[in-house]
Design a protein around this ligand. Structure first.
Ligand SMILES: Nc1ncnc2c1ncn2[C@@H]1O[C@H](COP(=O)(O)OP(=O)(O)OP(=O)(O)O)[C@@H](O)[C@H]1O
Length: 276
């Protein structure tokens, strides 16, 4: 029986979300098959996989925006989620300041706006028109928007897209600092494999189903992971070999390696949820 109801008896204290045998079909096509996923407070879990692998669909299921066809999604009772979508669902032609953008989803005080923009390194942007922001500035503002909810869980869909390599490292370091400061869990999709492998607690390699999952230093040697990303096990790149518990948060060394996962060339429909 499909369900996304809450199941309190399944929750140790730190567990924020859990999916069990989550299956999502669109028509006859199963986009997610029997996916098991957990995220606990204070941990970063990163989803990697090819285009069309179901990463965004999994995030949407966790958010309650996509109903499971089968299996279940459990969310900790009272869980506050801050969501950073892949794209901004606001008409780019409307005149809109950052301050106004941040208040579109509910009332916020000027103090909260100033404090949160400061936290993401965008203190001077409150009165800037959204249209004038660079890619990196916009992502920081979107992160501020997610943080304004004081989330227990941050859900980030490709947070570093449209950000240059130097900016990506800074943004991922910022996300790491935020989860350390607030103790929130982070569930994100990343196409930047070098960050994913070096800056996450757990890596989930998705291609409709979970191909492999675990600590980066374990996943890097998994044949499914290597096949999906075209990695030659006899000639692993240095940044991949360096992946391990001590490299956590170090996004500088690999410098934005952007490997493209293989094995799927289908169309990727991007949904842009309008709330979070
Ligand atoms: N509402 C929908 N109706 C029908 N098909 C959908 C719907 N949403 C997603 N899909 C399809 O499901 C598949 C998975 O899409 P999803 O966006 O979850 O993949 P993804 O891994 O996030 O891809 P990308 O890396 O390109 O963002 C795609 O083939 C997509 O076309």
């Amino acid at each position: 029986m499909p369900s996304d109801q809450q199941h309190p008896q399944m929750s140790p204290d730190a567990l924020l979300i859990k999916t069990a045998s989550l299956t999502v079909r669109f028509g006859r096509r199963a986009v997610l098959q029997a996916v098991d996923l957990t995220v606990s407070a204070g941990e970063v879990v990163t989803l990697v996989g090819p285009n069309g692998a179901g990463k965004s669909t999994l995030l949407r299921s966790v958010l309650g925006l996509q109903r499971p066809t089968d299996g279940m999604v459990w969310r900790k009772p009272g869980l506050r989620i801050g969501y950073m979508p892949q794209r901004l669902a606001v008409d780019g032609t409307l005149p809109l300041t950052v301050r106004r953008l941040l208040s579109l989803w509910g009332p916020v005080t000027s103090e909260a706006v100033a404090e949160t923009l400061g936290e993401v390194g965008a203190a001077g942007l409150a009165d800037s028109p959204v249209q004038s922001l660079s890619g990196g500035e916009l992502q920081r503002v979107m992160l501020a928007r997610a943080l304004l909810r004081r989330p227990d869980l941050l859900v980030l869909d490709e947070p570093a897209q449209a950000v240059d390599v130097a900016g990506q490292a800074t943004l991922y370091a910022l996300i790491d600092a935020i989860r350390r400061r607030h103790g929130c869990g982070v569930l994100m999709v990343s196409h930047d494999l070098s960050y994913a492998i070096n800056g996450t607690d757990r890596l989930v390699c998705l291609n409709g189903h979970v191909c492999c999952a675990g600590r980066p230093e374990d996943v890097r040697g998994h044949p499914d992971f290597q096949a999906l990303f075209g990695i030659d096990p006899l000639a692993m790149p240095a940044w991949l070999l360096a992946a391990g518990p001590h490299s956590h948060g170090d996004t500088s060394a690999p410098g934005g390696q952007h490997l493209h996962a293989q094995g799927h060339a289908g169309p990727a429909v991007k949904d842009t949820p309008t709330h979070g």
